[in-house]
Design a protein around this ligand. Structure first.
Ligand SMILES: Cc1ncc(COP(=O)(O)O)c(C=O)c1O
Length: 397
C-alpha cells in the first residue's frame, strides 16, 4: 500500500466527509510548488486556496513567525499586544477609510460576520432600528457560518440548514436597478465582492461599485466590501475596491492576510466602528501574536509597490496566454476573466474533469462555479511558471 493510499484510508475513517477531496496527500511546499507523499511535484497556481500570497514557506514570513513563536504565543484580547497593533496600523493606513479601525478574527466568514453585526448595530445606533436587511448578490460567496451562508446567495450552500437567519435579500451581480428595487425602510447595508471569486471569478462591471456607493450615500446605508479573496495586493492594489476610487464603510479580509496562517480582519471607519463598543463583539484567537506577526511580514512584502505592479503585469500576461489559448481552442475555452493574480478560465463543459487531469499532469488550480477553473497564483510565481501552468492546462482540456 502506498503512503498516499494509507493516509487516505485513515482520513476516510476519522474526518468528517464534508469535502470532495482529491486523491493526493500534500506534504511539503516551497514557493510556487508543492510535493505529495509519493515525491511528485505540482505547480500550485491556486497557492493554498488563494492564501499563500508569497508562496509556500516564504523565508521572510517564517523568520518573523519563528521569532514570535519563541517570544509569546498568545494573550487574551483583554490585554494589549504589539503585533496586532502593528498590523492594524498597516491595514488602516492603506485603507483610506476616515479614522479607520481594525478588528481581528480567524477566517473570512468571521470577518464577514463582523461586517453583518456592525451594519445592524450601526443602524440601531443611528436610531434606525428597523433597518436590519442586507442586500447581497447572486453568485456571491461570504462563508459558511449560518449568517454568512445566508448572505451567500447560492442555494446549494444553504440547502438543509433552514431556517436561515432573517435579513438578507439578493440581487443579480452588476444590476444597479435590481438593487434599487430592493431598497426599502428595512435596508441596512449592501455587501459585495469586488470580484466574485467562488462564483466564477467575475469582476464587478465598471461603475457598479461606485453606483452602490452612491445608493448607500443617498439612503443612509453601509457599503460593505468582501475583500477576503481579493485583498492584500492580489489585484495590483492593497484592496481591490481601490481600483474603483470608492471608499466603503467597512471591509473584510482573510485568505492571503497571514500567508496561510489563519487570520481575518474587519476594517471600518471610525464613525461606523463606534457601533461596536466594549463587550459587543470579540474573538479568543483574533489578532493572535503569531498570526499577526506573520501577517505584518506578509503585508510588507505583498503590498510593496513593485510587487503589486508585477501582480498586475503578470495578470495581463496570464490573460494574453489564456486569450491565445481561447483563440486556439474556441470550442473548449469560452471566457477568460479576472484581474491581477485572480483569474478564471471558463470551459464549455467538464471543468471538474479538466481540473483532475491538470492535477495528474502536475498542476493545481480549483473550481469556481460550475464551469470555471480558477487560478490565484502566489505573487512569487514567475512568468515562465505561469506559461508552464497554461501549457499543462491546455494539455488537460
Ligand atoms: C469572498 C470570500 N468571502 C468569504 C470567504 C470565507 O472565508 P473562510 O473560508 O476563511 O471562512 C471566502 C472563502 O472562500 C471568500 O472567497
Amino acid at each position: 500500500m502506498s503512503r498516499t493510499d494509507e493516509v487516505i484510508a485513515r482520513a476516510k475513517q476519522v474526518l468528517l466527509l464534508n469535502y470532495k477531496q482529491q486523491p493526493v496527500v500534500l506534504v511539503r511546499g516551497e514557493g510556487a510548488y508543492v510535493w505529495d507523499a509519493e515525491g511528485r511535484r505540482y505547480l500550485d497556481l491556486i497557492a493554498g486556496i488563494a492564501t499563500c500570497a508569497l508562496g509556500h514557506c516564504h523565508p521572510g514570513v517564517i523568520a518573523a513567525a519563528k521569532q514570535q513563536l519563541d517570544t509569546l504565543w498568545h494573550v487574551s484580547n483583554v490585554f494589549y499586544s504589539e503585533p496586532q497593533i502593528a498590523l492594524a496600523e498597516r491595514l488602516t493606513k492603506a485603507s483610506g477609510l476616515p479614522g479607520a479601525r481594525a478588528f481581528f478574527c480567524n477566517s473570512g466568514a468571521e470577518a464577514n460576520e463582523a461586517l453583518i453585526k456592525l451594519a445592524r448595530r450601526c443602524q440601531r445606533e443611528r436610531g434606525q432600528k428597523d433597518r436590519f436587511e442586507i442586500i447581497t448578490f447572486e453568485g456571491g460567496f461570504h462563508g459558511r457560518t449560518l449568517a454568512t451562508v445566508t448572505a451567500t446567495a447560492q442555494p446549494k450552500y444553504q440547502q438543509g440548514f433552514e431556517p436561515l437567519p432573517q435579513g438578507f435579500v439578493y440581487a443579480p451581480y452588476g444590476d444597479l436597478d435590481a438593487v434599487k428595487r430592493l431598497l426599502g425602510p428595512q435596508t441596512a447595508a449592501i455587501l459585495v465582492e469586488p470580484i466574485q471569486g467562488e462564483g466564477g471569478v467575475r469582476p464587478a462591471p465598471k461603475g457598479f461599485l461606485a453606483g452602490l456607493q452612491q445608493l448607500c450615500a443617498q439612503h443612509g446605508l453601509l457599503l460593505l466590501l468582501d475583500e477576503v479573496q481579493t485583498g492584500i495586493g492580489r489585484t495590483g492594489k492593497p484592496f481591490a475596491f481601490q481600483h474603483e476610487g470608492i471608499t466603503p464603510d467597512a471591509f473584510s479580509l482573510a485568505k492571503s492576510l497571514g500567508n496561510g496562517l489563519p487570520i481575518g480582519a474587519m476594517v471600518c471607519s471610525d464613525e461606523v466602528g463606534k457601533a461596536l463598543p466594549s463587550g459587543t463583539h470579540g474573538s479568543t484567537f483574533g489578532g493572535n501574536p503569531v498570526t499577526a506577526t506573520a501577517a505584518c511580514a506578509t503585508w510588507d512584502l505583498a503590498t510593496a509597490p513593485e510587487t503589486m505592479k508585477e501582480n498586475e503585469a503578470k495578470g495581463e500576461h496570464l490573460r494574453d496566454l489564456a486569450e491565445a489559448l481561447k483563440a486556439r481552442r474556441p470550442e473548449r475555452v469560452k471566457d477568460v476573466r479576472g484581474r491581477g493574480l485572480l483569474f478564471g478560465i471558463e470551459v464549455d463543459t467538464g471543468a471538474a474533469d479538466v481540473l483532475a487531469r491538470c492535477r495528474v499532469n502536475g498542476l493545481l488550480a480549483n473550481l469556481a462555479g460550475e464551469k470555471t477553473v480558477r487560478f490565484a497564483p502566489a505573487y512569487v510565481t514567475t512568468r515562465e511558471q505561469l506559461g508552464e501552468g497554461l501549457a499543462i492546462f491546455e494539455r488537460s482540456l
